[in-house]
Design a protein around this ligand. Structure first.
Ligand code: SF4
Length: 69
């Protein structure tokens, strides 16, 4: 189901701070401009189709869909 809600995770060790995630989903991702690392806001849930799109767009594969989603 593309509109099923799933939870995202973010590996800060892998993030390179490009900010694609924040551009695509500003309610879920916040780029820390000093650290150049993105962080998740709140529960970080999105419909599955949008979650998959943002996972695809991250250049360093730092974003994953949580296994328990
Ligand atoms: S798109 Fe990926 S690498 Fe870029 S800021 Fe977001 S999590 Fe980090």
């Amino acid at each position: 189901m593309p509109d099923e809600m799933v939870r995202l995770t973010l590996d800060a060790e892998v993030c390179i701070g490009v900010g694609q995630c924040e551009l695509l989903e500003p309610t879920v991702f916040l780029l820390d401009e000093d650290e150049n690392i993105s962080t998740l806001i709140g529960e970080a849930t999105l419909p599955r189709d949008r979650a998959e799109a943002v996972v695809d767009k991250c250049p360093s594969s730092a974003i994953q869909i949580a296994e328990d989603s």
